[in-house]
Each structure stands twice: as C-alpha cells, then as structure tokens.
Design a binder for this molecule. Structure first.
Ligand SMILES: [Zn+2]
Length: 60
C-alpha cells in the first residue's frame, strides 16, 4: 500500500495491492501500473533507481 497523487482526478489517494495491474522491471526501476479510485490508469516508478527515473520524466 502506498499513497499516490493521481494526474487525472488530482487527488492524493491510498493505493492498495488489489488496484495494481502490472509490474515492469526497467533500467529506471520497477514501474508499477495501477488503477486509481477514479478509474484512471496510473504509473509509479519504485526501486533503487526511482530517483533518476523521476528526473528523466521531469526532463522529458
Ligand atoms: Zn484518480
């Protein structure tokens, strides 16, 4: 369980494991795909490379 700021409904919500739809291991860390309470698909990068991935996302 973790908290996430949804880019669609603009709310900070707790995301439960049952909402997670996918996990993808990338060079930037683990990309977690999940469905927000509003129904929007969201992603979050976690793992030890998450910080650099966030920087890449901001630069893009
Ligand atoms: Zn949402």
């Amino acid at each position: 369980m973790f908290d996430h700021h949804c880019t669609v409904c603009d709310r900070r919500e707790l995301i439960y494991p049952t909402q997670i739809t996918g996990l993808t291991n990338t060079d930037h860390g683990i990309v977690v795909t999940f469905t927000c309470w509003c129904g929007a698909e969201q992603t979050m990068v976690t793992g030890r490379h998450a910080e650099s991935a966030a920087a890449v996302t901001l630069a893009a």
